[in-house]
Design a protein around this ligand. Structure first.
Ligand code: PMP
Length: 389
C-alpha cells in the first residue's frame, strides 16, 4: 500500500517556523486561555455575503454565538456581573454561595457555566414558554431551574421578581451562612458596561472604525446600550453613525424610540405580558424600560419593527445562502440590518449581532422555519421576500 505521506501535501519548513504572531488561518495567536473564562469575547466579525449582495452595502455580523462558555453575548455579561459581585464581597467562591437570576435562558446558561467554573451554585427562574433546549441544558449544567407561568412584571410571580425573592430568602435563612446573590441582568449596569468594555471596542477595531450603522435588538438593552455608548463616544457624536433598534412583534420599545411612548394611554408601562402569543422570537423585545436600555436610549436613532414571518424567512435564507444557522433574535437583527442598509447609500457598512446558534431553538423557532415552506421561486429576491420598502 502507498505510504500515508502520498496523500498529504508536503510540509513546508517555513510554515512551521513562522513567527507566533499569525496562525495559518489568519487568527492572531495569543497566550493559551486560562480556563473556560478565557474563551469569552474576541468573537469574529465577518461579512454576510448574501445580505451584502442583496443590499449593495456591507453587512457585518459579530459572531457572538461563538463565545466559548455559554455560547452567547451573555457570557461577557455573566462574567462581569460575577466579578463585580466578588469585588463587592457579595459572592465568595467555594462557600456554597448561590447566584440567582431571572432569565429567558441565555444569561442563565452563561451564569450556570461560570458558576461551575468559579465555585458557586446557580438557581434560575425562567418562563415556561421558552424552548426546552435551554432548560434541559441548565439542568445538565447543574443549575436549579424554576419554570414559571408568564406573568406581568408587576406580579411577584414574574420570573425576575421570583429570582430576587429567592436570593433574599437564601441570605436570610438561618440554616446557612452562605450568601444568595441576585445577578439582576436587567437593572445591573455591570451588564451594559461589559459590552462597553469589550463588545464595542472589538467591533470598532474589527471594522477598522468604518461603521455607518449598528443594529441590535434589546432584551435587557445591555448590548445595544454598551455598544452604542462606546461607538458614539469613540467616533464622536458628530459622526453620522446610526444606531438602530431591531424590535420583534409584541415589544413596546419600537414605539418608545419612534414616538417617545411605549403604550396607548389605556395601557400601563410594564403591565402587559410579553409571551408566546406576541412573538415566536426569544430573548429580545420587552414592555418596560430597564436601567440597561435607558443607559443608551438617547443614542438610538431609529427602530425597525420585524415580524415573525420576516424572521422565519431570514433564518431560512441565511442557512440556504450562507450556511449560517442562527436563533430567532439573530434573524430579527439581520432583517433590521437589511432594512437599514436598504435605506442607506450603497457601500454603507452595517454591523449587527448574531446572538446564539439555531441549535438552541430547534424545538420552537426552527420547527416553525421548517413549516413555513418557502417556495423555490420566492428565494431569489431577498428584499421582495422580506417585503422591505
Ligand atoms: N438574543 C438572545 C438569544 C438573548 O437571550 C438576549 C438577551 N435576553 C438578547 C438577544 C438581547 O441582548 P440584551 O439583553 O443585551 O439586550
Amino acid at each position: 500500500s502507498r505510504p500515508a505521506s502520498t496523500y498529504l501535501p508536503p510540509v513546508k519548513l517555513e510554515d512551521r517556523s513562522r513567527s507566533a504572531r499569525q496562525s495559518m488561518v489568519g487568527l492572531p495567536i495569543g497566550p493559551v486561555p486560562e480556563g473556560i473564562e478565557g474563551c469569552i469575547g474576541n468573537t469574529p466579525l465577518f461579512k454576510i455575503k448574501s445580505l451584502s449582495e442583496a443590499t449593495g452595502c456591507t453587512i457585518l455580523a459579530k459572531a457572538e454565538f461563538l463565545n466559548g462558555a455559554g455560547g452567547s453575548p451573555k457570557d461577557r455579561v455573566a462574567l462581569n456581573m460575577i466579578k463585580v459581585a466578588e469585588e463587592e464581597g457579595l459572592l465568595t467562591p467555594g462557600q456554597g454561595d448561590t447566584i440567582y437570576e431571572g432569565t429567558v435562558g441565555s444569561t442563565g446558561i452563561s451564569l450556570a457555566t461560570l458558576a461551575r467554573a468559579r465555585g458557586y451554585k446557580c438557581h434560575i427562574c425562567m418562563p415556561n414558554d421558552q424552548s426546552t433546549e435551554k432548560s434541559d441544558l441548565l439542568h445538565h449544567l447543574g443549575a436549579t431551574v424554576e419554570r414559571v407561568t408568564p406573568a406581568p412584571i408587576t406580579s411577584t410571580q414574574h420570573f425576575v421578581n421570583l429570582a430576587r425573592t429567592r436570593a433574599k430568602e437564601h441570605t436570610a435563612s438561618a440554616e446557612t451562612s452562605s450568601k444568595g446573590f441576585f445577578a439582576d441582568q436587567f437593572e445591573s449596569t455591570a451588564n451594559y458596561r461589559a459590552h462597553f468594555q469589550t463588545t464595542g471596542p472589538e467591533i470598532y477595531q474589527q471594522a477598522s472604525g468604518q461603521i455607518d450603522a449598528f443594529v441590535a435588538g434589546a432584551g435587557t438593552g445591555g448590548t445595544i446600550s454598551g455598544v452604542a455608548v462606546f461607538l458614539k463616544q469613540e467616533m464622536g457624536m458628530s459622526h453620522d453613525l446610526k444606531v438602530v433598534l431591531a424590535d420583534p412583534e409584541g415589544s413596546g420599545l419600537y414605539n418608545k424610540v419612534k414616538h417617545g411612548v411605549m403604550f396607548s394611554n389605556t395601557e400601563r408601562e410594564g403591565t402587559r405580558r410579553r409571551q408566546q402569543v406576541d412573538t415566536i422570537v426569544e430573548g429580545i423585545g420587552i414592555n418596560r424600560l430597564t436601567e440597561n436600555f435607558e443607559a443608551g436610549r438617547e443614542l438610538i436613532d431609529d427602530a425597525v419593527k420585524v415580524t415573525d414571518l420576516q424572521a422565519l424567512r431570514m433564518a431560512r435564507w441565511l442557512v440556504e445562502k450562507d450556511g449560517i444557522f442562527v436563533g430567532s433574535s439573530s434573524a430579527v437583527n439581520c432583517v433590521a440590518a437589511v432594512a437599514t442598509a436598504f435605506n442607506m447609500p450603497k457601500g454603507s457598512r452595517v454591523v449587527t449581532i448574531l446572538c446564539d446558534s439555531g441549535t438552541r431553538h430547534l424545538s420552537k423557532f426552527w420547527k416553525n422555519v421548517a413549516e413555513s415552506g418557502l417556495e423555490e421561486d420566492e428565494q431569489s429576491d431577498l428584499i421582495e421576500l422580506l417585503g422591505i420598502k
